[in-house]
Design a protein around this ligand. Structure first.
Ligand code: ADP
Ligand code: MG
Length: 497
């Protein structure tokens, strides 16, 4: 049988046509099944001599396991054959090329797109992780796209690297070190966590256009890998804080300090829970049923919160749904929920805002009582600043940050406010003459009580703002559905301004 480079090999039952690509160890061809179905497949020819000798047997066993794996974001291995020279893997055909090409024809990917891809990759890795399979050779060339019209990632080429020596010449020459975790190159001792490093490199490349260790020469590359400098993220393009946080935690040189698999899957930027899946609709439905119930019971705040949580699942459910009729039906319903959420928003907003405004006299009293507590006073100032910020156009996000900061302090102080008459006085903050008679006159529990009410009101408001900000984000995400025809009415009513 002719090997790679000599035109497509012959294989029982298939007609091999164009070469789709070649990687480190194999050449991949597009092929048709000779059977009447004429199914299009991709056939990967791995030359046995490229494998460690003892590994051929293991590899065949492994292939048998991989054949049993079915996942939306993993290239399906349909069958395999072998002869004296090669092993042939008959795989699902991915028409969209690989992620490397996808990134480089676009230069960089917008954060939104990178996030969807990252979720898909994470779901594939979660699936493999649960089955104790590591990839060990994650890179954009090994991530394929189902099609270019509606691209879905498909993880390819996994489960094999375990049988290869990653530091052998071939690997190094083909440029894989760009994606290899430092411990793999430097210590030659590593475990599944190297995959997390590679995910970081892939994400970095998707967002910034080149991997973090991109170099002009091999010695420069080697220096970058061996150095112990923290990976610096370019300042542009502007990215969300969560995205930067994830990158930084994946690209941690020390595997023991690198983000764990569990934390990666749950990271707010990845948020696998809200990834479009077959379960999204059911989760949304459960929540919306609870929302309607709370609404009927007259608990507007709880209802609003549940509607928002439900919408967080409806958006991915819409992304997932392929049946146009069902999609339309869901959209119509979502439109109604959004309208109701809008109404509730007005009610809740005015009521918790009113609570805050009403609290003015209590707040003044509290402030008066806090004169001997500079830290408490400062925290109350932060809360006032948050309220003021809310009145500014577009100040919501800043207001929320201030509320959260102020609340963090107040909660700590509240925990320290002893309900008992004894409260230790720090020397540096000896009571001022005016404060002395006041705190002496007031029952000591009174300040705690006031503080408690204040914290509760502030929390309700912060919670509300948080939901509003989140709601706007789902609206933003819903806009991605534009291309899929999300009706204008839903979109505009999603704007909870
Ligand atoms: P290697 O183990 O040699 O790295 P890969 O499985 O990564 O081989 O395949 C090499 C290249 O062939 C990929 O980067 C991709 O461009 C192409 N390719 C691989 N599998 C498929 C497939 N199922 N459908 C379409 N193209 C594929
Ligand atoms: Mg490959």
């Amino acid at each position: 049988m002719a090997g790679p480079g000599w035109g497509p090999p012959r294989l029982d039952g298939f007609i091999l046509t164009e070469r789709l690509g070649s990687g480190t160890y194999a050449t991949v061809y597009k092929a048709y099944a000779k059977k009447d179905t004429r199914e299009v497949v991709a056939i990967k020819c791995v030359a046995k001599k490229s494998l460690n000798k003892a590994s051929v047997e293991n590899l065949l066993t492994e292939i048998e396991i991989l054949k049993g794996i079915r996942h939306r974001h993993i290239v399906q291995l349909k069958d395999f054959q072998w002869d004296s020279d090669n092993i042939y893997l008959i795989m699902e055909f991915c028409a969209g090329g690989d992620l490397s090409r996808f990134i480089h024809t676009r230069r960089i990917l917008p954060e939104k797109v990178a996030r969807v891809f990252m979720q898909q990759l994470a779901s594939a890795l979660q699936f493999l992780h649960e089955r104790n399979v590591s990839h060990l050779d994650l890179k954009p060339q090994n991530i394929l796209l189902s099609s270019l019209e509606k691209p879905h990632l498909k993880l390819a080429d996994f489960g094999f690297a375990q049988h290869m020596s990653p530091w052998d010449e071939k690997h190094v020459l083909r440029g894989s070190p760009l994606y290899m975790a430092p411990e793999m190159v430097c210590q030659r001792q590593y475990d599944a966590r190297v995959d997390l490093w590679s995910v970081g490199v892939i994400l970095y490349e998707a967002l910034f256009g080149q991997p973090p260790f991109a170099s002009r020469s091999f010695s420069e590359l080697e220096e970058k890998i061996r150095s112990n400098r923290v990976i610096e993220l370019p300042l542009r393009p502007a990215l969300s804080q969560e995205c930067r946080d994830l990158l930084q935690r994946l690209l941690e040189r020390d595997p023991s300090r690198r983000i764990s698999f569990q934390d990666f899957f749950a990271h707010p930027w990845v948020d696998l829970e809200h990834m479009p899946s077959g379960e999204s609709l059911a989760r949304a439905t459960t929540l919306v049923v609870q929302a309607v119930k709370k609404d009927q019971e007259g608990d507007a705040a709880a209802a609003l919160s549940l509607y928002c949580k439900a919408l967080d699942f409806f958006v991915p459910a819409l992304h997932y749904e392929v049946d146009t009729h069902r999609k339309e039906a869901i959209k119509a319903k979502v439109g109604q929920y959004v309208s109701r959420a809008e109404e509730l928003k007005v009610i809740v907003s005015s009521s918790n805002r009113a609570l805050l405004r009403q609290g003015t006299s209590a707040r003044d009293l509290l402030r008066e009582m806090a004169r001997d507590k500079p830290r408490l006073l400062a925290a109350l100032e932060v809360a006032s600043a948050a309220m003021a910020k809310e009145d500014e156009a577009g100040g919501e996000q800043d207001a929320l940050a201030l509320y959260q900061h102020g609340l963090g302090e107040l909660l700590l102080l509240l925990a320290g406010e002893a309900p008992s008459p004894y409260s230790p006085q720090p020397l540096a903050a000896l009571p001022s003459p005016r404060a002395l008679p006041l705190s002496a006159a007031e029952p000591p529990g009174r300040r705690r009580e006031l503080l408690h009410t204040e914290v509760q009101n502030l929390m309700a408001r912060a919670e509300y703002l948080k939901e509003q900000v989140k709601m706007r984000e789902s609206h933003w995400e819903a806009e991605t559905l534009d291309k899929e025809g999300l009706s204008d009415s839903v979109r505009s009513s999603c704007t909870l301004q």
